[in-house]
Design a protein around this ligand. Structure first.
Ligand SMILES: NC(=O)C1=CN([C@@H]2O[C@H](COP(=O)(O)OP(=O)(O)OC[C@H]3O[C@@H](n4cnc5c(N)ncnc54)[C@H](O)[C@@H]3O)[C@@H](O)[C@H]2O)C=CC1
Ligand SMILES: O=C(O)[C@@H]1CCC=N1
Length: 272
């Protein structure tokens, strides 16, 4: 693929930055040596150097080295980072990828004062095992560069291209969403413990069951209710359990949580 020989700088080696780096290398399409990761506290990522990644606390050096620059700091840390790299960002050389929630392409180009191409990407932490659902959007990037970013994130999961105004919604549904499903699995395992299983086996059974449910939808391209109809025997125990959950607000809680996350995602960045 086209990006294979390109160098990538990941500015902000935290949860998502490191997950991205590891996923790219695990995919076999990139070598650790092609990736330079920055973090203010270098000791926190020292072990990555032993795995062959380049590490530094110098964002300017990392930007100079790479052609693809991933902005992976918190929204509230972004302006300081952009100010630090402003001089060395070169629109003729660099393609910026921002994973920062709630930060528009125009926020970044305005802060830099440069018409550099920016593609926003909203992955989730399953990127570390190449199972991310990543949403991609841009206002100013060429279709060639958008394709380049889609190909990059296709190595670590699935991608969909969306309009930029839907990025906060994508954040809630997919990036935050992984936490929502994990909490649902944890709750299921707690129920499993109460009805007789040891904690570890209950968690394994719940996780594999959740994986099966997701795979049914993805493989059959079916609607959840179609699959649910196959489980709920008349007067059976599944419908009894499901209805009990709905009486307690199961669907409503998820819908309200996703809506709340989406509102919050839109308010994370303050352009001071
Ligand atoms: N955690 C997740 O699942 C997802 C996070 N995001 C977005 O990714 C971004 C990062 O989020 P997380 O990884 O969760 O946060 P994090 O706090 O784990 O990572 C941010 C890292 O950047 C480092 N950092 C801050 N300023 C820096 C600077 N000037 N130079 C170098 N390193 C610096 C911090 O020390 C930290 O290690 C956020 O904007 C978030 O909205 C997007 C999708 C999913
Ligand atoms: O919780 C957050 O703000 C970040 C963005 C999406 C996932 N984690």
């Amino acid at each position: 693929m086209g990006t294979q020989n390109e160098s990538i700088a990941i500015l902000g080696g935290g949860n998502i930055g490191l997950s991205l780096a590891k996923g790219l290398v695990k995919s076999g399409k990139y070598e650790a040596g092609q990736i330079i990761i920055t973090r203010r506290n270098l000791r926190a990522i020292a072990e990555l150097a032993e795995e062959g990644y380049q590490i530094t606390d110098d964002n300017v050096k990392a930007v100079r080295y790479a052609s693809i620059v991933v902005l992976a700091v918190l929204p509230q840390q972004l302006n300081i980072l952009l100010d630090a790299i402003q001089e060395v960002v070169d629109p003729a050389k660099h393609l910026l990828i921002s994973v920062a929630s709630g930060v528009n392409v125009s926020d970044i180009t305005n802060r830099l004062g440069k018409d550099v191409q920016v593609v926003r990407a909203m992955p989730n932490t399953a990127i570390a095992i190449q199972e991310s659902m990543t949403c991609i959007a841009s206002q100013n990037a060429s279709s060639e560069n958008i394709t380049k970013v889609i190909e990059l994130f296709n190595t670590v999961g699935e991608t969909v291209q969306i309009h930029e105004e839907l990025m906060t919604s994508a954040t809630a549904l997919c990036a935050c969403g992984i936490a929502f499903f994990l909490r649902a699995i944890r709750a299921a395992s707690q129920g499993g413990i109460e009805i007789g299983f040891h904690a570890a086996e209950a968690l394994h059974m719940a996780a594999q069951t959740a994986k099966g449910a997701a795979e049914l939808l993805l493989t059959n391209k079916s609607h959840p209710e179609n699959e649910i109809d196959k489980v709920t025997s008349p007067k059976g125990c599944t419908i009894a359990g499901l209805n009990e959950m709905e009486h307690s607000g199961f669907s409503s809680a998820l819908i309200k949580g996703i809506r709340q996350s989406s509102i919050k995602a839109g308010n994370l960045y303050v352009n001071d």
